[in-house]
Write a protein that binds this ligand. Sequence first.
Ligand SMILES: [Zn+2]
Length: 425
Amino acid sequence: MRGDKRVVIVICDSLRADLMGPADTPFLTELSERGCAFAAHRSVFPSTTRASSASIATGCLPARHGLYGNTQALDEGDGLVCRNVGAPDFRDRMRRATGRTLRVPTLAERLRWHGEAAIVCSNVSPGAAYFQDPDGHGTVYHSAGSYGPGLTPIDDPASAALKKGIAGDQAMTERFCADIVEGRAPALAVMWLSEPDYTGHHSPLGSPQHREAIAAADRCVRRVFETVRRLDPTGEDILFITGSDHGMETVSEAIDVTGLLIAAGIKAAPDSRDVVVAPQGTSATIFFSEAARGRARATADFLARENWAGRVVAGAALAQIGLPIDTALRVAVAMATDDRVNPHGIVGYGAIVADPGDPESKIGFGQHGGLGAHEQRPFLVAEGGGFAARVEAGPTSLVDIAPTVLRHLRMDHDDMDGHALPLSE
Ligand SMILES: [Zn+2]
C-alpha cells in the first residue's frame, strides 16, 4: 500500500495568485521556485469556498459531487427553500432531502482503510470544513464541532476556541504541525486557513489589513512546510501541496436578483417556492420547482438583458460550467466584472447578488463566486513527491488535487473529473 508515503495540504482561502510576491508572501515566493508552480490554475463554478472544498476533496466538479455553492435550494418536503451550506446542520438537511451528502467519494472515504487516514483542520465555515469529509470516514477539527470516524463527536477544546482571523489561523497551525503532521502522521493531512479570505471580506483588497492577512497566511504555510521537511528532508515520501480555492474581486454594488425576478413576473413572492435564487457572492444559481420549470428560459433571457449580468447559462449549457443538467438548478448567472482598479491598486470589480441571509454591506471589499478573471485565479504549488522545480503553464484546476494525492499514495485515481498534476514537462 502506501508505505511511508504521505500528503500534507495547506489551503490559504481566497489568496489571489497575483497578490503574491516577495514583500507579502516571501515564503510562498521562495516555495514557487523550489517546487512546481501551476501558473494557469483555476477554481470551479461557483467559485465559493464550500463548492471548492467539495471539489478539492472529491476531484470532481459540482455537477458530479452535488454541492452547488455556498447556498443551495433543497426540497425538504415542503418545496424549494434556499439553505446556507455553511451552517453546521446543512449536511444533515442535505441527507434528509436527497438521501445522501456528496454523490462521489471524498479522499477521506477512499483512504478509510489506511488506519489513521485523513485528518482535516479547518478555520473557515462549518459547511466548508465538513464537506471535506461529510460522512465521517476520517477526522475533521472545527470550532463548531469536531468529529472522528463514524461522525463520533470529539471533545476538542483547542478547536472549539478557534476564531477566524490571523490569531486563530496561527493557533491552528501550531496544533496542526505538532499533533497532526508530526504526532499522528496520517496519510493525508489538510489544513484550511481562514486568511486572507476573512480579512478580504471585511476590508479593501490590497489595504494594509488585507496585506497583513496575506503575510500571516504565508507564515502559517512556512511553519507547516518546515515541519514537513524536517520529517522528510529529501521530499521523497511527503508530498506538500499548498494553494488557494479561488481569488477575489472588489464589490461594486449589490443586485437584488430576487426582487427583479418578482418585478418581471417570473417569481411569485420573496419567499415563494416556485423560483428560488441561491446567492453565491458574484454569481447566483437559480432553482425551479417542477411547475415552474417552463420559466427557466424566460429567466435566462431576462438576466441576459441586464448590464450587471456577465455570463448567463441555462439548460444543457450548464454542463460547460460544471453544473448538473438534470436537477432543479436550471439557470446560473455570473456577474459582469471589469478591470477598474481599487484605491489600493488592485484590479478587478464586479457586482454581487444581494443575499437576504447576509445583509451587511460588502461594497468596496472583496468577494468571489463567479467567473471573473481575478476570482478565478487561485494559486497552486506542489513540492516533493517527485515534483521538479519548474513552472507549469498548462491549465490546472482544483479537481486535479485529489487525483494527485492518490497517485502519490499509489492508489487508483482514474474515475475523477480531474487529472493528476504533471510531474514534468
Ligand atoms: Zn474560499
